[in-house]
Design a protein around this ligand. Structure first.
Ligand SMILES: Cc1cc2nc3c(=O)[nH]c(=O)nc-3n(C[C@H](O)[C@H](O)[C@H](O)COP(=O)(O)OP(=O)(O)OC[C@H]3O[C@@H](n4cnc5c(N)ncnc54)[C@H](O)[C@@H]3O)c2cc1C
Ligand SMILES: NC(=O)c1ccc[n+]([C@@H]2O[C@H](COP(=O)([O-])OP(=O)(O)OC[C@H]3O[C@@H](n4cnc5c(N)ncnc54)[C@H](O)[C@@H]3O)[C@@H](O)[C@H]2O)c1
Length: 481
């Protein structure tokens, strides 16, 4: 057993853990990071990067086919083998050498193995050969262990060797018939990708397609998936699943419908990677999501800090906003918090303060790379109402803009904004349509800066761009409203 003492020990080298460690080292502290699989985490190898690579070629092809002069220049069909090959490159061929080099350059010490809390400020790392290294943290231990696909207890499902998002992201061939259980972001993006790659896709979405976005956005994506030949089974769920000796899978839905497919992808949400982390040593239950206070310090169910406050959690594992960019935002705040507290200075946790991850509650941007894309930030009309805000929602037809009709023939899309009527500021924005992802940041800035609606009239969108939708939304809202 070797002993190592650092200011900070981070468990999990995904995008969030890497950024916390980098932040504290930049602030003059020492940091160790523990990783049991690949440095870079889920996002780099089995989530954001490879899945977006699976979607990109089809999106480019559709964009060209929407223009009569360009259409004729594209003579063939999508080449799935080439798409999978390019995907391999975007997953760094599941080799983390590049990220390990980055860690080294950043002055962070890497320990490979499974990290477990064994006592206060102490992490034991067990490597693949069973060797144990003990790490001690003078200032803080940070849990950034992320999440994994949750497989629901559907009869026969676990025995049918289903795909999770990992297998869908890293597949080496395209199944002829693919069933997707779950109509959330993973299910919708992977149904879009695999349809374009040539699979016959069936979706089973218990709570409808993309239930968390504005209905005008999810409806357009559902219509498009249907038009592309995806069979949608909404508001129902599987009762049982069986894979036979020839490898074929039969899914029986609760309404008695049977579906015969070659592979089944489970995309029904995530569970926290906290089962084997030694949480029992700090009074927490293994397998639970971690609750944190405003400084991302792990708290017990009564809201008091776990142990004497040396334990923090960031990223997917605290469930605040399980997205890479939002986890990295938490990581920047947390790195700064740990450095500031180590220096004996108070932290600024006021809303929008330097150390507060306020955007987690007010302005989480997300792009869903469906066909067409959905980009959203802040509240939907439904979530604003549930939060007790007095809001007004307005919508506008994106296809009616000069910019969008120039962008593609037959451009179909819609945008909506949610205005807090008491404060007269934007609290939500959603847009659906081809290539709308890059429209999102303007809305994120408007919401975080709490720009008064009156001032937004002075933010003039260039003509002829799709951003002109901002002006049309304001006109629909009314200048004297
Ligand atoms: C299919 C899919 C697509 C996605 N696409 C997007 C997208 O386009 N954009 C976006 O913003 N988000 C996307 N997400 C979400 C994104 O992947 C996560 O929010 C992000 O990876 C979270 O980062 P993290 O560092 O918290 O956790 P992770 O990336 O999960 O990293 C955690 C790391 O901790 C390690 N670890 C776990 N337990 C231990 C232990 N005991 N000891 C040592 N190491 C341990 C793991 O091996 C892993 O490397 C997607 C998710 C999925 C599933
Ligand atoms: N582009 C992106 O930003 C991106 C892409 C992929 C994933 N992610 C993130 O990854 C996380 C996980 O995504 P996800 O899609 O797995 O989870 P999710 O929670 O978004 O969706 C899961 C869906 O499965 C449905 N479901 C649950 N149990 C079911 C059952 N038994 N039968 C049928 N349907 C069932 C639920 O109704 C829900 O709509 C999310 O936080 C998401 O934001 C982000």
């Amino acid at each position: 057993m070797a002993e190592n003492i650092f200011d900070v020990v981070v468990i999990g080298a995904g995008p969030v853990g890497e950024n916390v460690a980098d932040g504290v080292v930049r602030g003059g502290l020492t940091a160790a990071i523990v990783e049991s699989e690949l440095v870079g985490g889920e996002c780099s190898y089995w989530a954001c990067m490879p899945t977006k690579a699976l979607l990109r070629d089809a999106a480019a092809l559709r964009a060209v086919r929407a223009l009569p002069g360009a259409r004729g220049a594209v003579t063939g069909e999508l080449d799935p083998a080439a798409v999978l090959q390019r995907r391999d490159a975007f997953a760094s061929r599941w080799d983390d050498e590049g990220q390990v080099t980055w860690l080294r350059g950043a002055g962070i010490s890497l320990f490979r193995g499974v990290g477990r809390i064994s006592a206060a400020r102490t992490v034991e790392v067990t490597d693949a050969d069973g060797r144990v290294t003990v790490l001690e943290a003078r200032q803080a231990v940070v849990i950034a262990t992320g999440s994994s696909a949750a497989v629901p207890p559907i009869h026969g499902l676990a025995d049918a060797a289903p795909w999770t998002s990992r297998e869908a992201a890293a597949a080496t061939s395209v199944p002829e018939r693919l069933a997707v259980i779950g109509g959330g972001v993973v299910g919708t993006e992977m149904a879009t990708a695999y349809t374009a790659l040539g699979a016959q896709v069936t979706m089973i979405a218990r709570d409808g397609l993309l239930p968390m976005v504005e209905p005008f956005a999810s409806d357009l994506v559902a219509e498009t998936l249907k038009a592309q030949g995806v069979a949608l089974h909404l508001l129902t769920e599987p009762e049982k699943v069986h894979r036979d000796e020839n490898g074929a899978v039969r899914i029986t839905l609760v309404d008695g419908t049977t579906l015969d497919v070659d592979e089944v992808l489970v995309a029904t949400g995530r569970k926290p990677n906290t089962t084997d982390l030694g949480l029992e040593h700090v009074g927490l239950a293994p397998g639970d999501w971690l609750h944190v206070d405003d400084s991302l310090r792990v708290v017990l169910s009564d809201g008091t800090p776990a142990d004497d406050g040396w334990l923090y959690a960031a990223g997917d594992v605290n469930r605040r906003a399980p997205l890479t960019h939002q986890g990295k935002y938490q990581a920047r705040a947390l790195g700064d918090t740990i450095v500031t507290r180590a220096g004996g200075t108070p932290v600024d946790l006021a809303p929008w303060g330097r150390h507060a991850a306020t955007a987690d509650e007010r302005a989480v941007p997300q792009v869903i790379f469906s066909e067409p894309e959905i980009a959203a930030v802040g509240h939907t009309a439904a979530s604003a109402e549930a939060a007790g805000l007095r809001v007004r929602a307005v919508e506008y037809d994106l296809g009616a803009l000069a910019g969008s009709s120039l962008h593609a023939d037959g451009y179909t899309g819609r945008a909506g904004m949610i205005v807090d009527e008491d404060r007269k500021v934007l609290v939500g924005f959603t847009v659906v349509g081809p290539d709308v992802a890059e429209l999102l940041h303007a809305a994120t800035v408007a919401i975080t800066a709490e720009v008064p609606i009156d001032r937004l009239w002075h933010a003039v969108p260039a003509f002829p761009t799709v951003s002109e939708v901002w002006l049309r939304l304001l006109e629909t809202y009314g200048r004297n409203a």
